[in-house]
Write a protein that binds this ligand. Structure first.
Ligand code: AMP
Ligand code: MG
Length: 346
């Protein structure tokens, strides 16, 4: 299959979307820009489209998809009840990078939710994603548009590099602004529970919901046989080919460790302004004190490691505060939970 890339911008007319809309209505799948990461879009009501999504990505069958809508009102088709807290959260964070898990309606096929009786719903803020969904008049199932296990795509060219030949179209709507996937919150239990951190932070959620539980899998590897709340958390994720290791501690200890332990094709991922005294090549992945700048460049840096053929990468560890959970959560998985604490020698 030939994979086309078509650029669409916020103020393009409906005609620009016609080809993509036709594909989606015919149960084909399409690379779609969103503000979090690029999604692999398909008609959420079509078992064939959903099957194509799983096949193109090589996604395990038990990992459910997020369904995207263009307006809050469309949620009523997808879920069997809309609690007040869902309304409040949507007023504050939609359109935007928040996914809510709610009891599913009959209309949502089981293949979308991987057999669960709940469904994940999000209204993205990216104007091209919203227009596409609106013009289709369908809810759109869309996981991240990467090959399963690889870092998520934040640029159309990332999608092309993973899925070239497997899908007919990638819509290029520019670089994803947020750079990490949406925050996922479950509203199925008595107390809301954070299943995946994203750029809507725990603090922001607590301001609307009061108490919010944090799923154990957010910052910890799963224990043998443990039941997961968010099936996506159990898989190897976001991984570059290089063996990544997170080093906790101050910058001086980081440099000493990397310089002593470097071998061929070793790289470092450090914060803006760092790099001095390192005897290996390095990338900067953002401002240490600004989690949004870190999330923005994270996946691009992880993909860059593959492009240049890195074999090892040592990564500076972001602060463990509630705002930075998203970056740390992705890095821990990219590094398969390899973390070395160097202590603080300041
Ligand atoms: P992705 O779209 O690839 O970023 O992954 C979607 C994430 O949402 C995965 O980690 C899923 O486990 C999670 N998810 C989707 N639907 C549900 C659901 N019904 N219950 C719990 N987690 C879900
Ligand atoms: Mg994903």
């Amino acid at each position: 299959m030939n994979t086309e890339i078509v650029k669409i911008s916020a103020d393009d007319s409906a005609e620009k979307y016609e080809y993509a809309v036709e594909l989606l209505k015919n149960n084909q799948v399409v690379g779609m820009p969103t503000e979090t990461v690029y999604g692999l879009a398909g008609n959420a009501y079509s078992e064939l489209a959903v099957k194509r999504i799983f096949e193109a990505k090589g996604r395990p069958q038990d990992n459910p998809l997020i369904v995207h809508i263009s307006e809050f009102s469309e949620i009523y088709d997808l879920v069997s009840e809309v609690p007040d807290i869902a309304k409040k959260l949507s007023e504050k964070f939609w359109p935007g990078p928040l996914t809510m898990i709610l009891p599913k309606s009959e209309k949502v096929p089981m293949c979308v939710t991987a057999g669960l009786d709940s469904v994940a719903v999000r209204c993205p803020s990216h104007p091209v994603a919203r227009n596409l969904i609106k013009n289709c008049g369908l809810p759109i199932a869309a996981p991240s548009a990467n090959i399963s296990g690889k870092p998520s795509p934040t640029k159309a060219e990332h999608v092309f590099s993973d899925l070239n030949g497997k899908i007919p179209l990638v819509i290029d709507g520019g670089e994803s602004e947020e750079g990490v996937e949406s925050t996922v919150i479950s509203l199925c239990g008595e107390i809301p529970k954070l299943l995946r951190p994203g750029n809507v932070t725990l603090t922001e959620l607590e301001m609307v919901c009061g108490k919010v539980l944090v799923d154990d899998a957010v910052l910890n590897p799963l224990k043998e046989g443990e039941k997961v709340s968010s099936p996506g958390m159990k898989y190897k994720h976001y991984s570059p080919n290089a063996e990544a290791t997170i080093l906790k501690g101050d910058y001086k200890s980081f440099c000493d460790y990397v310089n002593e332990n470097k071998s061929d094709e070793t790289y470092a991922m450090v914060f803006d302004g760092e790099g001095e005294n390192l005897e290996v090549k390095y990338f900067t992945y953002g401002n240490k004190n600004d989690y949004r700048s870190l999330s923005n460049r994270l996946f691009d840096c992880l993909r860059e490691l593959d492009t240049i053929g890195a074999k090892k990468c040592f990564v500076r560890c972001p602060e463990e505060n509630t705002d930075d959970l998203a970056v740390l959560n992705r890095l821990l998985r990219a590094a398969a939970f390899r973390v070395i604490d160097l202590g603080d020698k300041k």
